[in-house]
Design a binder for this molecule. Structure first.
Ligand code: G3P
Ligand code: MG
Length: 243
């Protein structure tokens, strides 16, 4: 199988991370999938943003979990960019709408490792089924309790454990949690882990693979996908690699 390219927070090397502009660019650049981060507003809406506060990526301030959807939508998510200054914090439903008519895959990372958003998993599943995206979505999280919960309430959707430090026999651990794949930091990926994961019928998608050298290393390992800020660059490298 050819290694797939997932755009990390959209094509975030070229447009503000986790904005509709970055997601549309990923579609235009021919990415196979999109990775994004999801949290919940204080009135229960699923929004796409990486940090627990809006301070770094918008011109507003405060905790996502303490702000209403209206407040979150009133700030600008591309304020540092001349081209993309009108971008807002997207709703997850907007991204689902964008991807539904395409053939692209979606990696929804739940950012619930610091804030344990009550009911987040249930709301997420409802939304994925509303758009019929069950077969094209993989849900990941650094919060493995959340993945274990999802494995019970939605066995039909693929789940991945996210990790940065090494895990002993990750294929065994992933199975125990109820995940079908692993999303390790690329430093913690190896040919032997990938081979063993494949033998178990499981997938490996390392992050964040941004340089040509890192990407070549991942291709040599035969990973299922890489998660990158530069989908267009990686697509071009891939064309020559498989020639
Ligand atoms: O899902 C892969 C990667 O996005 C995990 O780290 O901090 O970029 O969300 P982070
Ligand atoms: Mg992420």
């Amino acid at each position: 199988m050819q290694t797939l390219i997932f755009a990390h927070r959209g094509a975030s090397g070229k447009a503000p991370e986790n904005t509709m502009a970055a997601f549309k660019l990923a579609v235009d650049h021919g990415a196979d999938g999109i990775e994004l981060d999801v949290q919940m507003s204080n009135d229960g809406h699923l929004v796409v943003i990486h940090d627990e506060t809006i301070d770094r990526t918008t011109d507003g301030t405060g905790w996502v979990c303490e702000l209403s959807l209206e407040q979150l939508r009133s700030v600008r998510a591309g304020h540092r960019s001349k081209i993309y200054k009108r971008e807002k914090i997207p709703l997850l439903s907007e991204v689902l709408e964008l991807l539904q008519p395409t053939k692209m895959e979606l990696n929804i990372e739940l950012k619930n490792n610091l804030i344990p958003y009550e009911g987040l998993e249930e709301k997420l599943i409802n939304l994925i089924s509303k758009y019929g995206m069950e077969k094209r979505t993989v849900i990941s999280s650094f919060n493995h309790n959340s993945i274990a919960k999802l494995s019970i309430i939605c066995p039909e959707i693929e789940k991945a454990i996210l990790y940065e430090m090494g895990i002993f026999e990750p294929w065994e651990y992933a199975k125990k949690v109820g995940a079908q794949s692993i999303h390790p930091h690329f430093h913690n990926s190896s040919r032997s882990i990938v081979d063993r994961m494949h033998k178990e019928g499981m997938s490996v998608r390392p992050w964040t693979v941004n340089t040509d050298t890192e990407f070549m290393e991942m291709l040599e390992m035969d990973v299922d996908a890489v998660i990158t800020n530069y989908p267009l660059k990686m697509k071009r490298i891939l064309e020559n690699y498989y020639k």
